[in-house]
Write a protein that binds this ligand. Structure first.
Ligand code: HGY
Ligand code: MN
Ligand code: MN
Ligand code: MN
Length: 401
């Protein structure tokens, strides 16, 4: 019978990015497609019938599909240089849970599926939870089709190359109507369980979270021939934005603001950039706080741009309001797990998207480093197996007699 740790070991080399020291698997790219094929083979080996929905999400059915199915799973894609557990732990734990349930002679009393959502990190096309947002109808399919990766490939081209019809991307009520309950197991991205001394917890909420692109336009010129007073260097307001983001978030309890990606064009060492794109990831406990934080940062960016004789255009690329998981289901599962603690999540998840449409819960597995979206992300084998055991108990409870 497979263990979560064993299955993670089976995929440990897929998408390793030596330069970044972590994993880089992004929506429908080669390593993502390789891992999706691995999942389909593992599901088939368990007698699960795999369907790919119109948005590229994979559904492995134990018995006939829906309605009122119990569904568990997560994602397989990563951020650039990501850790080994964020996403894959939920998928491999679901497969290991199927093995354990089968070994107990368990037969689901209702339809049952393991799901893998597409492009959860938005690492290629810039919108997090892409597959689950399209499924739920919270992302416009026309806008989605036009999303481009860093090479200029559109999502439409990428899904077509993956064997899907881009014209069918979009809300999928039929697929969603099959889901009666969704439970996502995920490595904790933080130290809550470490501080509590517990291996497994349940999720209470997810921060409101959005991504904004700031495009600063100045005047490309020569690094040596251009006197400082004659410059319109977009890198200046870009730099102000980074500092303003940190200052704005530091002033608001629990808020986060991050600039992890800056793209100067043309990007030459001896060239004053003509444009600089800066992406802001902002999060806070509620919608009003998040938007107010972004307004402050935007005002600072506009002021800095004007001072340097540059232009700035701001584009909201994704946004999701605070998620509060169904307290009834949360507490029911916590009880099934013998009083597992409830924890907030600073990280977004597909479960946060599904929660708007179906009763949804999350299980967290202890991460001793508390680090995520980096190679130091970790979960001990014993805790991974405790997560599988917890998922088995929850699935037996939800899909039992
Ligand atoms: O960015 C997030 O919070 C998630 O890991 N996609
Ligand atoms: Mn992540
Ligand atoms: Mn994740
Ligand atoms: Mn020259």
């Amino acid at each position: 019978m497979a263990t979560a740790t064993g299955l993670l070991g089976a995929i440990a080399d897929v998408g390793v990015d030596r330069a970044r020291g972590g994993f880089s698997r992004h929506g429908f790219d080669r390593s993502d497609l390789t891992l999706r094929e691995w999942f389909v083979a593992e599901a088939a080996a368990r007698g699960l019938d795999v369907e790919v929905d119109r948005n590229g999400n994979l559904w492995a059915w134990w018995g006939r599909p829906g309605p009122d199915a119990v569904v568990t799973g997560s994602h397989l894609d990563s951020v650039p240089g990501g850790g080994a557990f964020d996403g894959p732990l939920g998928v491999v734990s679901a497969l290991a849970a199927v093995d354990e349930l089968r070994a107990r002679g368990f037969v689901p009393s209702r339809p049952f599926a393991v799901v893998v959502f597409a492009e959860e990190e938005g690492g290629r096309f810039g919108v997090p939870c892409l597959g689950s947002r399209l499924l739920a109808g919270t992302l416009d399919p026309d806008a989605a089709r036009r999303l481009r990766d860093q090479d200029g490939t559109t999502l439409a081209e990428a899904v077509r190359a993956a064997g899907l019809d881009p014209d069918r991307l979009g809300r999928d009520d039929e697929a969603l109507s099959r889901v009666g309950r969704f439970v996502e197991l995920h490595v904790e991205q933080g130290r809550g369980l470490v501080d509590l001394g517990r291996p497994v917890g349940v999720a209470s909420s997810i921060l409101a979270h959005g991504r904004w692109r700031f495009r600063f336009t100045g005047e490309g010129n020569h690094a040596g021939a251009t006197p400082i007073g004659d410059r319109h260097d977009p890198m200046l307001p870009a730099s102000h934005l980074v500092l303003a983001a940190r200052g704005a978030a530091a002033a608001v309890p629990g808020a986060r603001a991050t600039v992890g990606r800056v793209v100067p064009v043309p990007g030459g060492t001896n060239v004053i950039a003509s444009t600089v794109d800066v992406w802001l990831d902002a999060r806070a406990a509620d919608d009003r706080t998040t938007r107010s934080l972004v307004e402050d940062v935007t005002a600072a960016a506009r002021e800095a741009a004007a001072a340097e004789g540059c232009r700035v255009e701001v584009t909201e690329e994704s946004y999701g309001d605070t998620v509060v998981f169904d307290p009834g289901l949360r507490d029911d599962l916590a009880a099934v797990l013998g009083g597992a603690p409830a924890l907030p999540s600073g990280a977004g998840h597909d479960a946060g998207i599904l929660a708007a449409r179906v009763p949804t819960a999350m299980l967290f597995v202890r991460n001793p480093t508390g680090v995520s979206h980096a190679p130091a992300e970790h979960a001990e084998p014993d805790d991974c197996e405790a997560g599988v055991a917890a998922l088995v108990s929850v699935l037996e409870h939800l899909a039992g007699g």
